[in-house]
Ligand binder design. Sequence first.
Ligand code: SAH
Length: 402
Amino acid sequence: MTTATTNTTAKVFLKPKRAQPFFARHPWVFVGAIDRVEGTPADGDEVDLVSHTGKFVARGLFNSLSKIRVRLYNWEPDVPLDTAFFRDRLERAVRLRHDILKFGGPDAGYRVVFSESDFLSGMVVDKYGDWLAVQFTALGLAKRQEAIIGGLRELLQPRGIYLRTEKGIGKLEGIELHDGTLWGEPPPADLSIVENGLRIGVNLTEGQKTGYYLDQRDNRVAVARLCPGKRVLDSFCYSGGFGLYAAKAGAAEVLGVDGSEPALELARRNVAANGLTNIGFDCADVFKHLTGMVAVRRQFDVVVLDPPKFARNRASLPDAIKGYRRLHHLAMKLLAKDGVLVSCCCTGLIGVQDLEELIGQVASESRRDLQVLERRGPAPDHPVAISCRESGYLKCIISRVV
Ligand code: SAH
């Protein structure tokens, strides 16, 4: 690991007038902002980011293979990005979850480290009971995994640490990693957590994301409050999520729909583990299935829409918006009088204003009056670093459709 803080540290010079975002602590230095590099840093090495006049801005890790040429971690000069530094950053992240948010207990599931949101650009750590799932999306941190795993072991005492890789990231960052147990015992096939009194199975090795969608935890509680006695449709339900909460809260009936059979297998196991009887699942494409239910005039009192990310870049945004519009049109037709609509959107490029505008348009096109009851975001173990607002991605708008 590079520990040098002296004149051997390469300097990355910004172009004139490009330093402001980095003085404001944004962590991503794209190649277009850079004028020149003095020195010959290897990929993953520490570098100093300096203004065009040579003034120190911040210290980061260099990667010639990534469009994010430097990721910044530290704004104090002469502090190396060494084992002690990363140990301190991990400890900050753990303090938020344990001391402030009071997460803990043997069966708890929560996000321990959320990349930019925790000033550790390029890594995610989720804790599921005694196991940690770790994801590296930055080469510089992947190269320091020994130090990072040492820090996580010391701070969280897991039984095992499992590495999950994100599809496509190898190419974007030049990372060569493969899924597998990094340290300790491999995760058991029946690994589970307890979330708000529900036992939820987590497939850490093959499930989506790192096994479960922890970010929706508090939104599920907010929706469950509105479900007693109601007919609930949970679209894009994955392992049961909103539907399990609704069923436990006393919904009259719950239908979960997802296109993934392995996800629904997990969902059915969750139903059994919690002794629920008022919930069933259909494995189908949500667009087709909702269209079919509209055709036979099926009605629900609560409709949850929690689709996956529809757009990764600006070019795919128009199609993504069409998709959200189509889903909302279907939901309006399925919602009975005084229905509750839950619109989740994890596409970062669509802001809360854009989403509300879209909901408003669809409501008026459907000739329905709509009132927004709650504007929500992810649970607080998924914070938003104010210096990197891109880290806030999940919106959840709960409305009443008259
Ligand atoms: N609501 C869930 C998380 C949803 S993640 C929770 O609370 O945990 C998005 C889900 O959408 C995934 O499970 C994925 O399998 C499913 N999916 C994606 N596209 C789909 C489609 N067109 N039809 C049905 N399911 C789809």
